[in-house]
Design a protein around this ligand. Sequence first.
Ligand code: DX5
Ligand code: ZN
Length: 226
Amino acid sequence: MGCPAKIAPSMLSSDFANLASEAQRMLDCGADWLHMDIMDGHFVPNLTIGAPVIKSLRKHTKAYLDCHLMVTNPLDYVEPLGEAGASGFTFHVEISKENWQELVHRIKAKGMRPGVAVRPGTPIEEVYPLVDSENPVEMVLVMTVEPGFGGQKFMPETMDKVQKLRKKYPSLDIEVDGGLGPSTIAMAASAGANCIVAGSSVFGSPEPAQVISLMRKAVDESPKVI
Ligand code: DX5
Ligand code: ZN
């Protein structure tokens, strides 16, 4: 299969007071990306971090910062996040139906990689135009919990969407986020996900390196349902 595994610990579950050392700890444990959850207290009922924190972290690491924008006005975040050193910029399709073309254009112009996310209740067909576009998004994030908080239970019913996507786009980066860990990775990997976000399962483990390597193995070795 042509889609290498990207294991992305969600820094939402880290000790924010020690973000730089927590990030380095995850990279030392084998993480490929660092997943950064940006929430505005409006699109979701939680408030987390923004561009100033990304900028501070960027001074301490060269790692790929996979930013997941759970915000109502993602356009407002493109410039500051680009300047701060974000690597990926994934916005939600639910609030970007009108302006996604401009958004993708501006994300790329700031040197970031655009992605689009869908909530569990959003039909996957809504992202097709964004992937099929002449100026496409480069990743689709299928939420496997309702966005807003770490530590929720994985929703297996979202796997239909991952399977559909993988069938239609064999080489697309497909990310899953929410409730992923040793007990759920097989479902996500066999459905076709290759980018795996995991917060509580990694940070809650005494052996995060083992959890990361187990998830990587599951993605790399899983027979894909296509
Ligand atoms: C939830 C966030 C996730 C969250 C995942 O809205 O998008 O990235 O941190 O945490 P776990 O892996 O604990 O479900
Ligand atoms: Zn996330």
